[in-house]
Design a binder for this molecule. Structure first.
Ligand code: FAD
Ligand code: NAD
Length: 468
């Protein structure tokens, strides 16, 4: 369908999981495609400073903790003089990032996607200027992602490394003695876990009265219990009102969230992780007359069309959970819609995973939201009764299946378990296919696997689990 009026059929702005996937899919569908990305490497937040480097550090720090705390010794792996080689861990992380970002460059070449390296600004709905050079396209997809939300009074300086955001928190060249994490959400708990495992005392300061907003209430409570058991100090219902740096010490001022007497807390590293905000600054949206919603996001319809003809948007810059796989699925759908096909994302079935130990995962409705919709049945199964988890000495957590009381259709699944991130995929697939709890309960699951806990939780919906 190459239209000679334009340089490209599709120009994607941003090469994160949303943008690079959209570009590859568009090219696969025969559209002449380019992707503008201002970073020196492709892959966006996720591959460069997000999902991938954080998982490398989580993986490595878990080995260190298991070697250090006697977990490996219990299974007969005797070690003495276990030491942390932080530069080696950081180098392994950097290697993974390099390999994966390089992999996207390879995929762009393979699929004939032109990477236009530079910062894109809209001139009009069919033209962007990329570092001063005009490029035209019949369709332009905004996939510019998100950046760290700043906290007034607590200024991030990733170079100095005393007050850092997630990017700085992934690159520390020392293990802090006391790290204060501001924000008990996904980033705070993942990176807090990394540095705690490597030897830091970690205090999490959270504005709300529970960690992990948006997750199921019971999961939030259980998570807090487990993080405390691991040695994290949790300061819930507390806000940080300011920070001063003197030498290598940061002094934070804390206050109860509802107001009251302030106190101070000292740390040699502070991680600011209070959320992320959409990247729209400098994009020239004024030139299009494209307005943002109250949360600074670009609104689209279900096909990912914005209000401006020919301009589409996906990923962290639009409403919905800020997750890489959500952005990727929207990338595929938007390309298919541009090509005249029917690209759909089922936003009701997007799993989310916190990659701590145990992992914390969910898909669909929380028990609270499901109850508000009508009568439900809930089945629960503890990991301590799952033979594989017990054998592996990973007894923490549970699986919870929430089903509609009348139809038995599964509306939500929540898992706290060492392999929750892997187990939740089955729940998402079942929900995508409209499964009932009975469908899951009567599906044969291999033994011994953690996944059997999902089958048992589904059996528990009708009061018939076997192993408890
Ligand atoms: P991004 O990945 O943010 O990519 C946008 C790209 O656009 C960037 O590379 C940016 O440089 C570029 N760009 C912006 N403006 C312009 C412009 N004007 N011109 C040219 N280029 C531009 N999600 C998960 O699902 N799982 C995880 O485990 C996970 N871990 C995370 C860990 C951390 C520490 C962080 C910070 C995030 C994590 N996330 C995770 C979230 C995930 O990274 C994002 O949801 C995902 O990257 C969003 O993809 P995107 O394509 O919308 O945007
Ligand atoms: P978040 O929204 O998950 O958590 C931020 C937390 O900070 C919330 O609990 C909020 O109540 C708290 N908070 C806000 N202001 C505060 C203040 N002034 N003082 C104390 N607490 C405050 O945000 P995040 O952890 O920064 O992560 C950002 C995004 O990145 C998330 O939307 C998440 O989806 C994504 N992410 C995903 C993964 C994953 O999928 N495993 C990992 C990392 C990041």
């Amino acid at each position: 369908m190459a239209d000679q009026t334009y340089d490209y059929d599709v120009l994607v702005i941003g090469a994160g999981p949303g943008g690079y996937v959209a570009a590859i899919r568009a090219a696969q569908l025969g559209l002449k495609t380019a992707c503008a990305e201002s970073r020196a490497t492709l892959g966006g937040t996720c591959l460069n400073v997000g999902c991938i480097p954080s998982k490398a550090l989580l993986h490595g720090s878990e080995f260190f903790e298991e070697a250090h705390d006697g977990t490996l010794a219990k299974f007969g792996v005797k070690m003495s003089g276990v030491e942390l080689d932080l530069p080696a861990l950081q180098a392994e992380k950097d290697k993974a990032v390099k390999e994966l970002t390089g992999g996207i460059a390879f995929l762009f070449k393979k699929n004939k996607v032109d990477w236009l390296n530079g910062r894109a600004t809209f001139v009009d709905a069919r033209t962007v200027s990329i570092d001063g050079k005009a490029v035209t396209a019949k369709n332009i997809v905004i996939a510019t992602g998100s950046s760290v939300t700043p906290l007034p009074g607590v200024e991030v300086d990733n170079v100095q490394g005393l007050i850092v955001d997630s990017t700085g928190g992934l690159a520390l060249d020392r293990v802090p003695k006391h790290m204060v994490v501001i924000g008990g959400g996904v980033i705070g708990l993942e990176l807090g876990s990394v540095w705690r495992r490597l030897g830091a005392k970690v205090t999490v300061v959270e504005f709300l009265d529970q960690l992990l907003p948006g997750m199921d209430g019971e999961v939030r409570k259980e998570s807090a219990k487990l993080f405390k058991k691991q040695g994290m100090e949790l300061r819930l219902s507390t806000k940080v009102t300011g920070a001063t740096v003197k030498g290598k010490t940061v002094t934070l001022t804390l206050e109860p969230s509802s107001g009251g007497a302030s106190e101070s807390l000292e740390a040699d590293c502070v991680l600011v992780s209070i959320g992320r905000r959409p990247n729209t600054e400098g994009l020239g949206l004024e030139a299009l007359g494209l307005e943002l919603n109250k949360r600074g996001q670009i609104e689209t319809d279900d096909d990912f069309r914005t209000k401006i003809d020919g301009v589409w948007a996906i990923g962290d810059v639009i409403p919905g959970p800020m997750l890489a796989h959500k952005a990727e699925d929207e990338g595929i759908a938007v390309a298919e819609n541009i090509a005249g096909q029917t690209g759909i994302v089922n936003h009701a079935v997007i799993p989310s995973v916190v990659y701590t130990m145990p992992e914390i995962a969910g898909v669909g409705l929380t028990e609270e939201d499901a109850k508000a919709n009508g009568p439900i049945k809930v089945g629960k199964f503890p990991m301590t009764a799952n033979s594989r988890a017990k054998t592996n000495r990973e007894p923490d957590g549970f699986v919870k299946v929430i089903a509609d009381a009348q139809t038995d259709r599964v509306v939500g699944v929540w898992i706290v378990a060492s392999l929750a991130g892997t187990m939740i995929a089955e729940a998402a697939l079942a929900m995508e296919f409209g499964a009932t709890s009975e469908d899951i309960a009567y599906t044969c699951h291999a033994h011994p696997t953690h996944a059997e806990a999902l089958k048992e939780a589904a059996m528990a919906v009708t009061g018939k689990p076997i192993h408890i």
